[in-house]
Design a protein around this ligand. Structure first.
Ligand SMILES: [Zn+2]
Length: 836
């Protein structure tokens, strides 16, 4: 009883203090504040921390500050998928603002020549908040931090703003922040309820962590496939900030984390000095947290390995990335092992870290400016030793995929050239317009290494995220070392190859399947109601060779006239950057155009299973792929509506990674839909479910049982972790004649894998169209035991029930929107499903 009374007492006093929380709870009280600067409450209508800030109100407040403060300018750098603005505030002294262009030029120049004046130059700090939308203390702290920087008075702030240019990004993930604020606010009781069981603390699927298409945007700093990252990376390269901070949240029972992370897990391409400076900066955080009495830790978790994360990307670009992780109240107040965790408390910690970063930047200014200068000076030395070395990459059959890798290089200010003239190396042809040459002797040479290298040995066997991301492998592009002797003009204006129909035909049209956007074109054609066929064999027409998977559109007996077909195809081909050939005779070398080896195609009608039980990242990747790249409208079919949905509307259902699959009634329903001719495409853990429900018999290899020898209790976590495949790249061998592999010109394909599901190959080799090679490791970490299991296993199993098919992949073919190389496997499953 006494216990309860005490709890009640704590709860009510906390509620009391909660309702009393005003700006003074957050702000340093040893300075005065300019009363002309609007407080957050005067604009957003509530105290900071009383409600979760919605993105629209955040925008309103940032504009209000920019309008009243001569320390702040604001720009709108673009839109999220949901049309929210991607704001950037530049905060510095009014004098620096007068002179900003010159400051910026001098700052960037110091990364490009050997003379650096560090005495009179401001340091540049990029502060970004809440890239995970449901880690909202960052963006809510941004309200306080921006107010402080605009309104604080006195010599200390003047000194700070004279010496610092702050690039202030109040919300890295506007769509996610909005989604989470809606959740936390709509479930808030007027009497705040800290019970973790309350609905307030468990969001509905998919939650607010991700952006519109459910991407974890804190993995996209290197691939830059999403609009939010694109705006941010442009700012980064335009300014070359010295420090970049990334404010996150972690589990409710934690405290506060700041980097450095686990030292042995730092990427070896990151200079040692980077981590030493991070440590130096950490002393400022520690001091500030000691002062307010908050607990914290560093070096025990998180790492700086994958350069696609916000706190690691800067480390390969001469900057210092810093990760902050605050224990999450998730809603407004929650019980935790450290007592009641209030939302305002989490905001205050983030604000404190934002300020201690700026204090460190100001005090360590010369040292950090010097570090960046030396980073690029050393990189230039390394680069000049490379002489005329270069990398060439491309695909003579797929200009679009090549374009998209080049596009990433462009976004990272990496220079590249056209090939001077077509040439061959290592048995691969590099054609002009289909390949590019990247000289190694250039400013961002270290970033080039980080993007192109293959790495198979590691200091540590544990990774917070993926252990490999070799870009040409992700894009399935041919690449090799070459010299600048093969380089033509530098590409300044990167454009897609033009598509179109080469002439009008009254007989048939043909196009090959290799180009990345071929499925988009085929989908347009089928949507138009035109008949189209796919070739199961190779052949020659008009002296030109056509590969497996060539698409044919006959002109006669269609609903459109021959000139309508021509106009339509020409437009659609231009849209998809694809060349279509007009053909006037059906008599070929090899199969003729009337052959039964040309098979009719049907418009895909796709349902993508989403909702409880399905992995939202994987589902979002497919939604994004179909919607934004191929213009294929897929129905997002929620598992909770599956029972009442009319499945006859679909010919393809996709089930992404899922341990639980569907309930028994829905499983029966799915099974009879497959029996009636439907195609199910399943991924990763869904395969275990398929096997357990006997929808498909899968011969899983038993995982090698690894027994701990000489492993202490303390080391057991690391021991187990070493058996995880966090994400690495492996080589497979393709049977190119199988429809699942149409459009692949090589018989080897790199696949990304982050599961330990291993399937034994079928005893009939034609049933193994994709198989891991004997020594499949191309790049990344895998334990010896797992590598042994993976060798000669298969990532794909095709089965059938009744008239329908099941196409099951152990690997994710659509990883994080940048694994362009294996997207076609899914497209082949969708378009050629009847030929399996
Ligand atoms: Zn996070």
């Amino acid at each position: 009883m006494r216990h309860i009374v005490l709890l009640l007492f704590i709860a009510t006093t906390t509620l009391f203090s909660q309702s009393q929380t005003d700006l003074s709870y957050y702000l340093p009280q040893d300075v005065s504040y300019n009363s002309n600067i609007p407080t957050p409450k005067s604009i957003i209508g509530h105290e900071v921390g009383e409600w979760h800030i919605t993105h629209d109100k955040l925008v309103q407040y940032m504009y209000a500050l920019a309008n009243t403060s001569d320390r702040i300018t604001i720009e709108d750098r673009g839109k999220t998928f949901e049309d929210r603005p991607l704001l950037l505030l530049t905060i510095t002294s009014p004098e620096n603002h007068q002179n900003l262009k010159a400051i910026q030029s001098a700052h960037v120049a110091a990364t490009e020549n050997n003379n650096a004046n560090v005495e009179n130059r401001p340091i540049v700090v990029y502060q970004g908040f809440s890239i995970h939308g449901n880690e909202p203390s960052g963006s809510n702290a941004a309200l306080v931090a921006a107010y402080y920087l605009a309104a604080a008075q006195g010599p200390k702030i003047d000194d700070l703003l004279n010496n610092t240019v702050i690039l202030f990004d109040p919300s890295f993930n506007p769509d996610g922040l909005q989604r989470f604020a809606y959740w936390a606010n709509t479930n808030r009781s007027m009497n705040l309820n800290p019970d973790p069981n309350d609905r307030e603390y468990s969001e509905v699927w998919p939650g607010g962590r991700t952006n519109h298409y459910w991407f974890d945007m804190n993995r996209d700093w290197l691939p830059v496939q999403l609009p939010e990252s694109r705006a941010r990376i442009e700012t980064f390269h335009n300014w070359m900030p010295n420090i970049l901070t990334d404010h996150h949240e972690m589990g409710t029972n934690s405290s506060f984390f700041f980097q450095p992370g686990i030292p042995s897990r730092t990427h070896p391409l990151t200079p040692k000095m980077n981590q030493e400076l991070t440590k130096g900066i950490a002393e400022y955080h520690a001091k500030a947290f000691d002062k307010i009495g908050s607990l914290y830790y560093s070096e025990e978790s998180f790492d700086d390995f994958y350069y696609g994360k916000g706190s690691t990307f800067p480390d390969i670009n001469g900057s210092i990335g810093i990760l902050f992780e605050q224990a999450s109240s998730r809603g407004h107040i929650q019980e935790s092992e450290n007592g009641l965790l209030t939302f305002p408390f989490t905001i205050r910690n983030q604000f404190t870290a934002a300020l201690s970063t700026l204090e460190a930047a100001n005090n360590m200014r010369e040292e950090i400016l010097e570090y960046q200068h030396n980073f690029f000076k050393n990189a230039r030395n390394e680069a000049s030793k490379e002489g005329n070395k270069a990398i060439v990459f491309g695909d003579e059959k797929d200009a679009a995929k090549t374009y998209h890798l080049a596009e990433i290089l462009k976004r990272h200010n990496i220079k590249f050239h056209d090939v001077k003239s077509d040439f061959s190396a290592d048995g691969k042809s590099y054609k002009k317009g289909y390949s590019y040459v990247v000289p190694k002797n250039q400013k961002n040479t270290r970033l080039i290494n980080a993007m192109f290298e293959k790495r198979t040995t590691f200091q540590d066997s544990l990774f917070y995220d993926v252990s490999a991301w070799t870009f040409p492998l992700a894009f399935n592009l041919d690449y090799t070392e070459t010299t600048t002797a093969n380089a033509g003009a530098e590409v300044n204006n990167l454009t897609h190859k033009n598509g179109g129909v080469n002439s009008k035909s009254d007989y048939t049209y043909l196009f090959e399947w290799h180009e990345y956007y071929a499925p988009k074109l085929l989908n347009e054609i089928l949507k138009k109601g035109l008949r189209a066929k796919v070739s199961l064999k190779t052949f020659k027409a008009n002296g030109k060779s056509y590969d497996y998977g060539t698409i044919m559109i006959p002109v006669k007996n269609q609903d459109l006239s021959s000139s309508e077909i021509y106009t339509f195809l020409d437009d659609a081909a231009k849209e998809s950057h694809i060349n279509i050939d007009a053909v006037s005779t059906g008599l070929n070398d090899g199969i003729d155009l009337g052959s039964r080896n040309f098979r009719n195609l049907e418009l895909p009608k796709v349902a993508l299973l989403v909702g409880d039980g399905m992995t939202s990242y994987d589902a979002g990747e497919i939604w994004h792929l179909l919607d934004t790249r191929y213009d294929i409208v897929a129905t997002k079919l929620d598992t909770k509506s599956f029972g009442r949905a009319d499945l006859s509307r679909y010919n393809t259902i996709i089930m992404v990674n899922s341990r639980s699959g569907l309930n028994d009634n829905n499983t029966k329903k799915l099974k009879s839909w497959i029996q009636d001719g439907g195609t199910l495409v399943a991924y990763r853990s869904a395969l275990r479910w398929l096997n357990s429900k006997e929808l498909m018999k899968i011969d899983f290899k038993k995982n090698n049982n690894v027994t701990a020898k000489n492993i202490s209790y303390e080391q057991r976590g690391d021991f187990r972790g070493a058996q995880v495949i966090g994400g690495a790249i492996f080589e497979t061998k393709l049977d190119r004649s199988h429809p699942i592999n149409f459009g692949y010109k090589n018989d080897k394909l790199a696949m990304f894998r982050n599961t330990t599901l291993f399937i034994n190959p079928d005893k009939n080799s034609y049933n193994n169209p994709i198989q891991y090679t004997k020594n499949p490791l191309l790049s990344g970490y895998i334990s010896e035991e797992n590598l042994d299991s993976l060798s000669l296993s298969v990532p794909l199993k095709i089965g059938g029930i009744g008239r329908g098919n099941i196409i099951a992949f152990t690997d994710n073919t659509n990883f994080r929107a940048f694994w362009y190389g294996t997207n076609k496997l899914l497209m082949n499953a969708i378009f050629f499903r009847d030929e399996f």
